[in-house]
Each structure stands twice: as structure tokens, then as C-alpha cells.
Design a protein around this ligand. Structure first.
Ligand code: PLP
Length: 335
């Protein structure tokens, strides 16, 4: 594997299956839609973070860490997955919950991911600001210093764009896996679509596919920041990751495709297109997508199809990055 030289702690059940969404494809009347079921990566409800955490946990184990520290939103899948990963490696775990989404009901704070974090016994901290990635990470580094004075060795899984995106190696692995699968199943995929949040998944897919000689385009659907801000982040990280895995080719601006058409009104907030996508997937396929990431990503894909922007594509692979526990924090999806 391209990532063999990096320390890795096995967490994800892979390979995840690739399935044809026949009913959804028929409903949309456009290209064939296929799905890579990364919602089934197995670690405490699965999702993309299991693959990403393999490389942070690899480093944590190598450094002899006894505690994992991590910050993100209240309904974060990353936090839930990190808590599970820490438990699997018999470590203590503390998570910091950021107030990122306004006007949420009680369920948002009690159900879904925060419920699961409590169930796995994580220590919870809160952070009042939702858009201060550096500040939130720094609070975790300060906490690590405090723990050091108590004789503990804490490892911080960082979120801000300035840190080395080790998690992207998990999606370099996924790129390798999916190229093998589409070859084996003789499915000719001409577009890959994924949610683009921290950009780690998007970055790993772009760097991995190009390094492996595939020119298949990867469309990122913005779920956190607009496409201009996201572009710089994904472009820079993709170049860095390509270099780190030892590829001597070049990631070019055209490799980074983004749309923010379904982002408004903002991170973790529903809009009619997202509600439609969640309902369509559930009712046509029994496929659950979440309100924050995969529902928004699917809504973005539907938009790309309806506007004719991907009219030349015959077979699209949607990466289902998980996130389903957050459905329980959004009771308004069912009237
Ligand atoms: C379910 C789910 N999908 C997609 C994403 C976005 O992935 P990334 O942060 O790698 O861009 C996240 C991030 O938290 C997520 O939890």
C-alpha cells in the first residue's frame, strides 16, 4: 500500500462494499448512482473517521499515549469514533464539544453522538465558540500539558487545517481499495462524490487516486465552509499528502472540484434540499444518510445531476461517509 511506511492502528472493517442504488438512480432519471458503504466501517456505528483515526491512533500508540484528546461539534462523528478508538486501545479519552450549530433542540445535546460518547465513558469539556479551529485545538494542547503534570501522556488528534492531515492516509487507502473493487466488479466509475468538511477525506481520495494513476474526478460537496475557502484547504492538503506518500506527480487546481450549492444556511443546519435527499435515500433505498454530512453531500450530488453539470457522467460513486447517529439529534426530519 502507498501508506505502508506510516504507523497505523487497525480500526476499520474494510473493504467496505460498493452497491448499485437502482431505485434512487431511477428516481433521479440520470446517471447510475453507486455507493461505497463507508458508513459500515464497523467502529461504533462506522463512518469515515474510522479510516482516518487509524493513522492518528497509529502515532498515538507509537508515542505510548495513554489518553486521547479531541475537539469538534456537539454531534460530531469524529468525537464518537475517537472515543471508540481510544477505548479499543485501552486509553482514557476526553472530548471537547464546540457550540457550532444555533437553535438546536434538547435531542441535539443528549441523543445520537453525545449519547454514545457518554455511553463509552468519555470525559466531556465544552468550548463556547464554533468557528475557532486553532483556538479549540490549542485548548486541547493546553489540557495535554495539564495532564502531563499529572504524569499522563496525552495525544491530541488535531482538527485545524494547519496540522499535518495524517487522517488523509485513510482515504489514500480507500482510493486503493475502491480502484481494486471497480476493477474486480468491472464497474466503470466516471465520477466520485464525497462530503468535504475538514477536507481530509476529499484530500486522501484525490491524492490517492492520482498517485495510483486514476484520473477519475472527485467532487467535494461543501458541508462546513464555502467553496473558495474549501478550495485552498483541499488543494494545499492534497499536494502535501501526495508528497508524503512519495508520489512525484503533480496535483493541479483542476483536480479539486467543489460545490457549495447545498451548504446554506451553514454547518449542521438543514435546508429543503437536504431534507429531500435524506427522505429520498431512506424511502427509495432504505439507505440512511445524515443531516450534517452525507445528507448534504447527497443533496449536492442531486443538484449536480439536476443542473446538468455532470450530464456527461454515466456512473457515479457516492462515498457514504457515515454520520447516521446524528439523525437522532434532528427529530424535525420526521413530521
Ligand atoms: C459522517 C461524516 N461525513 C463526512 C465528514 C467530512 O469528512 P472530512 O472532515 O474528512 O472532510 C465528516 C466529518 O466529520 C463526517 O463525520
Amino acid at each position: 500500500m502507498l501508506t505502508d511506511k506510516f504507523p497505523r492502528a487497525i480500526l476499520a472493517h474494510t473493504p467496505t462494499p460498493i452497491e448499485h442504488l437502482k431505485n434512487l438512480s431511477r428516481e433521479l432519471g440520470g446517471p447510475e448512482i453507486w455507493v461505497k458503504r463507508d458508513d459500515n466501517t464497523g467502529l461504533a456505528f462506522g463512518g469515515n473517521k474510522a479510516r482516518q483515526l487509524e493513522y492518528y491512533m497509529g502515532e498515538a500508540v507509537e508515542q505510548g499515549a495513554d489518553t486521547i484528546l479531541i475537539t469538534s461539534a456537539v454531534q460530531s462523528n469524529y468525537l464518537r469514533s475517537a472515543v471508540a478508538a481510544a477505548r479499543k486501545y485501552a486509553m482514557d479519552v476526553e472530548v471537547q464539544l464546540e457550540e457550532r450549530v444555533p437553535d438546536r433542540p434538547e435531542e441535539y445535546y443528549r441523543s445520537g453522538n453525545p449519547y454514545l460518547m457518554r455511553l463509552m465513558g468519555a470525559k466531556l469539556h465544552s468550548y463556547p465558540v464554533g468557528e475557532d479551529e486553532e483556538g479549540a485545538d490549542n485548548a486541547m494542547f493546553e489540557r495535554a500539558e495539564e495532564l502531563k503534570k499529572e504524569g499522563k501522556n496525552a495525544y491530541v488528534v488535531p482538527l485545524a487545517g494547519t496540522h499535518t492531515p495524517l487522517g488523509a492516509f485513510g482515504y489514500v487507502d480507500c482510493a486503493e481499495e475502491l480502484l481494486g473493487q471497480i476493477k474486480e466488479q468491472t464497474i466503470d466509475i466516471d465520477l466520485v462524490v464525497t462530503a468535504s468538511g475538514s477536507g481530509t477525506t476529499h484530500t486522501g481520495l484525490v491524492a490517492g487516486l492520482r498517485a495510483l494513476g486514476s484520473q477519475v474526478p472527485v467532487y467535494g460537496i461543501c458541508v462546513r465552509r464555502d467553496k473558495n475557502a474549501q478550495f485552498d484547504r483541499v488543494f494545499d492538503k492534497s499536494k502535501l499528502v501526495a508528497e508524503m506518500i512519495g508520489w512525484d506527480g503533480e496535483i493541479v487546481a483542476d483536480d479539486i472540484k467543489l460545490t457549495d450549492a447545498t451548504l446554506a444556511p451553514g454547518y449542521g443546519q438543514l435546508n429543503p434540499a437536504v431534507k429531500e435527499a435524506i427522505n429520498l435515500a431512506a424511502k427509495s433505498e432504505g439507505l440512511l444518510v445524515d443531516p450534517v454530512y452525507t445528507g448534504k453531500a447527497l443533496a449536492g450530488l442531486i443538484q449536480l445531476i439536476r443542473t446538468g453539470e455532470v450530464a456527461d457522467k454515466k456512473r457515479i460513486l457516492f462515498i457514504h461517509t457515515g454520520g447516521t447517529p446524528a439523525l437522532f439529534g434532528y427529530p424535525e426530519l420526521v413530521e
